[in-house]
Write a protein that binds this ligand. Sequence first.
Ligand SMILES: CCCCCCCCCCCCCC(=O)SCCNC(=O)CCNC(=O)[C@H](O)C(C)(C)COP(=O)(O)OP(=O)(O)OC[C@H]1O[C@@H](n2cnc3c(N)ncnc32)[C@H](O)[C@@H]1OP(=O)(O)O
Length: 268
Amino acid sequence: MLRSCTAGLRSLWALRGRREGAPRLSTDLQPARRLFSTEKAVHKDWALPNPSWSKDLKLLFDQFMKKCEDGSWERLPSYKHTCTQKNEDFKTYFLDPQLVEEGLSQAQLFTRGFEDGLGFEYVIFNNNDEKRTVCLFQGGPYLQGIPGFLHGGAIATMIDVALGSCAAVSGGAIMTANLNINFKRPVPLCSVVVVNSQLDKLEGRKLFVSCNIRSVDEKTLYSEATGLFIKLDPKKKFNIKEFHSSLRKAAPPLEEAVVSSPALVIHC
Ligand SMILES: CCCCCCCCCCCCCC(=O)SCCNC(=O)CCNC(=O)[C@H](O)C(C)(C)COP(=O)(O)OP(=O)(O)OC[C@H]1O[C@@H](n2cnc3c(N)ncnc32)[C@H](O)[C@@H]1OP(=O)(O)O
């Protein structure tokens, strides 16, 4: 399994004309530049096949794209920097506008911050009538936990995204309040798994969701999870600017600390 992973990586690097150990040239590593380079880069949809996708992942992707043809399923797009309408709504209604301008210009979605094939490769399909989503996920070599297997945190991240997407389709701007995960079998690195999520209950602003992660042949149950997502209340705006200034007060920058603290100067 590790051998196939290494082979996959080698061909990936070959595809990019890059040798092992050579410096990375990807503009992904310079998010600010990438963000403002071209409209096309900003709006790239990452939930589409790329050369790192395994045969299994491509096959499943094609099967679900077929299911989308009659409108019962839809593929959810995924953007690194910007923005589904839901994300835009989140910024508009829940964040301080100055913070959005100043603080978030370099921000990007955690799960899309890796080069193709190295981290989270996934696509989510939604079935509106059945209130369920299917996430096809291939976890790359940078997500290793114990040798040869995915890190539990990477699995939890993917569960959060899968359940969160399932909840967001019905609830709009939501946040994770609770996640419970049972890890039943370790997930082999670079394998493809299927995360089946469903909305179990909607109770006021609370969305109760659950999921399981299975192998492509459905024979192996890797994990089961439940989650509680809360539909955000526009009356409770996040004032992160206040949070940042309280953080500055608690831990001043070094120069300030040196000037204001004789003890620190002596010990330096
Ligand atoms: C189209 C789709 C596109 C998809 C794109 C999207 C992708 C998505 C992927 C994203 C994936 C990444 C996602 C992320 O990474 S989200 C990041 C991780 N999560 C957080 O940081 C959340 C931190 N928590 C909070 O900010 C607040 O607590 C929230 C906002 C969640 C609720 O604070 P709010 O002030 O608004 O609500 P409330 O306190 O009045 O509570 C309301 C109700 O909820 C009940 N309650 C609350 N907490 C819990 C709890 N822990 N267990 C059980 N119950 C709980 C509470 O008792 C009350 O119930 P009731 O008294 O009404 O009965």
